[in-house]
Design a protein around this ligand. Structure first.
Ligand code: SAM
Ligand code: SF4
Length: 323
């Protein structure tokens, strides 16, 4: 399916819960709030995915909140792996519960994971995510590798004065491990003064980051749906990518849709609100009508987001919209 700007839409990210066991500084700069809505059920998720696949979506990513907090996450994975037409089934996770679940998830049909890791230092880790859990996450990464969830990517949100002295340590991880490192530019989340101040103080443009890693050479991307600019260190086992939502729009190549845990379909991360898919499901919408609802939303996908000094993601937490 193409949108009205000729972009092929083939990638759906689903937030399976708003809940999280971490409190990352950058995800909810206004403060974390407990979810007040129940998330979409397994059946509702499967129906939305079937409708999206009928329109040409082939790649699904489960995200959140923390997807591994769902007690039925293995069931969700198994159900989606069984939907004909789903060719790539991936997950973004904080990794805390992965040591326990990686094997079961792989057996259920999960292909690969992105694991968020913003520092390699234990104490700093606890300060950034609010939980002293570095060792658990590290075990989760090893378990994911062991379970064959590949290509395995580590997402590092780059932040001035928080973790900007670790870029080369992260880059060097690719010499020892076949783990692809993705440096992500900080995005402004929420419209409060505190949120804006956090962004202004800690944002680092990718070009500055790249300049601090002079040994990098351009490289092809491993499997993925993302807009990363990809590089490699000489003799490395994996790539290093930069995701630049702030300094360099990739809206003209945007292939994605999002469904929030509350069941809103958003065609842009910066959308103020989405299409109420859950409402339609609750009213007993037919599969054909559900598909038509998705098709209409795709038709209305905006050309780009209005990024600028004054603009910010409207949701008050990334965990609510699915990152
Ligand atoms: N809980 C899971 C995790 O942390 O991997 C999945 C959800 S999280 C919202 C998805 C991704 O969004 C993570 O890689 C996280 O680092 C990223 N993220 C959250 N807030 C961000 C922000 N303000 N700027 C850039 N990336 C952000
Ligand atoms: Fe939780 Fe992920 Fe947000 Fe961190 S980035 S608070 S792990 S949802």
């Amino acid at each position: 399916m193409q949108d009205s700007y000729g972009r092929t839409i083939d990638y759906l990210r689903i937030a399976v819960t708003e809940a999280c066991n971490f409190r990352c500084l950058y995800c909810a700069p206004n403060g974390y709030t407990e979810p007040t809505h129940s998330p979409l059920s397994v059946d509702e998720i499967v129906r939305v995915v079937r409708a999206a696949v009928a329109l040409g979506v082939t790649k699904i990513r489960l995200t959140g909140g923390e997807p591994l907090l769902r007690r039925d996450i293995v069931e969700i994975v198994r159900a989606l792996a069984g939907v004909e037409g789903v060719r790539d089934l991936a997950m973004t996770t904080n990794g805390f519960l992965l040591a326990r679940l990686a094997r079961e998830l792989a057996d259920a049909g999960l292909r690969r994971v992105n694991i968020s890791l913003d520092t390699l230092r234990r104490e700093r880790f606890a300060r950034i995510v609010g939980v002293d859990a570095f060792d658990a996450v590290w075990s989760g990464i090893l378990a994911a590798e062991e379970a064959g969830l590949a290509p395995l990517k580590l997402n590092m949100v780059a932040m001035r004065d928080i973790n900007d002295d670790e870029f080369s340590d992260f880059a060097r991880l690719t010499l020892a491990h076949a783990w692809h490192v993705r440096f992500i530019e900080l995005m402004p989340v929420g419209v409060s003064a505190a949120a804006r101040e956090f962004f202004a103080r800690h944002f680092i443009p990718a070009n500055e980051l790249i300049a601090r890693l002079p040994e990098l050479a351009r490289s092809d991307s491993p499997q993925g749906n993302g807009p990363a600019r990809t590089f490699r260190l000489p003799d490395a086992r994996a790539t290093i990518g930069f995701i630049t939502p702030a300094s360099e729009h990739f809206c003209n190549a945007c292939n994605r849709l999002r469904v929030t845990a509350r069941g809103a379909l958003c065609t842009c991360l910066f959308a103020e609100r989405g299409t109420d898919v859950r409402g339609a499901l609750c009213e007993g919408v037919s599969q054909a009508a559900l598909q038509a609802l998705l098709a209409r939303a795709i038709g209305d996908k905006p050309a780009s987001h209005p990024f600028g000094a004054e603009y910010a993601i409207q949701a008050d937490a990334m965990s609510k919209i699915g990152g």
